[in-house]
Design a protein around this ligand. Structure first.
Ligand code: IMP
Ligand code: MG
Length: 175
């Protein structure tokens, strides 16, 4: 069945918000170097755009995780499919995510990365669905709070499709 995509946040609105986040992060990390960690694959479009808007020195690394079990049964344990290339010891880490939903992935990931002794860890997400939260996660930078709807674009997929849309849209089943 084909889907229809309804625009939720236009390209212009998303770009403007990323500029604001970049300015805010640049202020907060003044005099420091920020180590961006992208959670693949969804976070990659957002991280690239965000990195271009940060004026303090930036380094980047990438990791890929998958959840064990389905959504209802998930123990919150995530499997590392691709680990970071570099150690985090002494670095100011900023995790960059596409969306926080239940919070399971990020609460586990943050706890795990803390054990690698970074100087600090903060979290930046393009989208947040606070109503869906089952695990508490401290989110330091949020692009947009959105309602509980399934969204695609800007890295987010529906069955691996639509990641390349330059805006955020809601998936609606066509009649
Ligand atoms: P959490 O552990 O439930 O917070 O899972 C977050 C992950 O679920 C995100 O990184 C996305 O990969 C995926 N996800 C959650 N909501 C959506 C959505 O609306 N569209 C696409 N992917 C989503
Ligand atoms: Mg993600």
């Amino acid at each position: 069945m084909a889907e229809k995509i309804r625009t939720l946040k236009s390209e212009e609105i998303v770009d403007k918000r990323i500029c604001e986040l970049g300015a805010c992060i640049s202020r907060d990390y003044e005099g420091k170097q920020v180590h961006l960690i992208c959670v693949l694959k969804g976070g990659v479009f957002f991280m690239c755009e965000l990195a271009k808007r940060i004026t303090v020195p930036v380094t980047m690394d990438f990791m890929s995780v998958s959840s064990y079990g389905d959504d209802t049964k998930s123990s919150g344990v995530v499997k590392i499919v691709k680990d970071l290339d570099e150690p985090l010891e002494g670095r100011d880490v900023l995790i960059v995510e596409d969306i926080i939903d239940s919070g399971r992935t990020l609460s586990y990931l943050i706890e795990m990365l803390h054990k690698r002794n970074p100087a600090s860890i903060r979290l930046c997400t393009l989208l947040d669905k606070p109503e869906r939260r089952v695990r508490e996660v401290k989110v330091d930078y949020v692009g947009f709070n959105i309602p509980d709807e399934f969204v695609v674009g800007y890295g987010l997929d529906y069955a691996q499709k639509y990641r390349n849309l330059p805006y955020i849209g809601v998936v609606e089943e066509a009649e």
